[in-house]
Design a protein around this ligand. Structure first.
Ligand code: A3P
Length: 327
């Protein structure tokens, strides 16, 4: 995969957070704040990352040039996109923007130079990446991305759409505690059992419909589907697939993860320095409110045909029908 020089540069400057902050300041204030996850993530990451305080000697690697991304994490919201980005950017041959640039949806009129400028500098052989989960459900995104780079690699983290919907609702609830209950929002008519598929928390999980849109522009071989569930129980296994897909050496392995009991999720560590663990911030891995089991049941029935269609389209069975609880 090349990049011996890249690896050395990475070893000299083992951290990415300062770069995330740089990228953030390159973005307009509004985007940085609206980004669904970033601020809290940054805070969590800074707090969790003891080594960033070490002697203040950490500086942003400033080598190479800014390039347009060769790979994108396009979705899905609440699928585990932050966990994936933070894990893949441990790889010395990957450089990624910490914030969500939202270029192909909200900021497209700013132009490709704006977009390129948001990217970190890279050396030859390093892959530039970003993640913006709303791309997956943006109608114009496939066409726009295709017109920038038709050979770009696309990654989608998918998760049981029922759990995803509840996770999405939980996030909204944390910002707007006054919203109606999940049970109320989920139905057009509860007595008739009519699910409100126009509610974004539900619409985003109809993966087959969104994927159809992407397949108008990209062959399936250019899209990798990562299981959000497996990313939690076997992060190294999913990361092996991601690295293979990106044509990278398998550098991020079991050695980089440990299960943090307090957090209840896998966290990252540097294999040679276990004193510097990194868990995601508190907005990742929230406790979900309890949802009426009957509503969960109806949602599962609603999603089932779409899930089947999605398994068929991707040739992968994500086993969402097998699960018992909502988690
Ligand atoms: P919950 O907060 O509902 O549990 P995204 O980053 O796309 O917004 O996804 C957030 C979800 O990532 C979380 O949803 C959580 O379940 C999942 N996740 C996967 N790996 C994780 C990890 N290592 N730490 C925290 N959350 C993780």
């Amino acid at each position: 995969s090349g990049g011996g020089g890249a690896r050395d540069a990475w070893l000299r400057t083992p951290l990415a957070p300062s770069e995330m902050i740089t990228a953030q300041s390159a973005l307009p204030e509004r985007e940085a704040q609206e980004s669904s996850t970033t601020d809290e993530d940054l805070a969590g990451r800074r707090a969790a990352n003891g080594s960033s305080e070490r002697g203040g000697a950490v500086s942003t690697p400033d080598y190479g040039e800014k390039k347009l991304p060769q790979a994108l994490i396009i979705g899905v919201k609440k699928g585990g996109t932050r966990a994936l980005l933070e894990a893949i950017r441990v790889h010395p041959d990957v450089r990624a923007v910490g914030v969500e640039p939202h270029f192909f949806d909200r900021n497209y009129e700013k132009g490709l130079e704006w977009y390129r400028n948001v990217m970190p500098k890279t050396l030859d052989g390093q892959i530039t990446m970003e993640k913006t989960p709303s791309y997956f459900v943006t109608n114009e995104a496939p066409k726009r991305i295709h017109s920038m780079a038709k050979d770009i690699k696309l990654i989608v983290v998918v998760r049981n759409p029922v759990t995803r919907a509840i996770s999405d609702y939980t996030q909204t609830l944390s910002k707007k505690p006054e919203i109606p209950t999940f049970e109320v929002l989920a139905f057009k008519n509860r007595t008739l059992g009519l699910i409100d598929a126009s509610w974004s928390a539900i619409r985003i999980g109809i993966y087959a419909l969104h994927l159809e849109n992407w397949l108008q522009y990209f062959p399936l071989s250019q899209i990798l589907f990562v299981s959000g569930e497996r990313l939690i129980v076997d992060p190294a296994g999913e990361m092996a697939k991601v690295q293979d897909f990106l044509g990278l050496k398998r550098v991020v392995t079991e050695k980089h993860f440990y299960f943090n009991k307090t957090k209840g999720f896998p966290c990252l560590k540097k294999p040679e320095d276990s004193s510097a663990p990194r868990c995601l911030g508190k907005s990742k891995g929230r406790t979900h409110p309890r949802i009426d089991p009957d509503v969960i049941h109806r949602l599962r029935k609603f999603y089932k045909p779409f899930n089947m269609m999605f398994y068929q389209m991707t040739g992968q069975d994500f086993q969402w029908e097998q699960e018992e609880g909502d988690k």
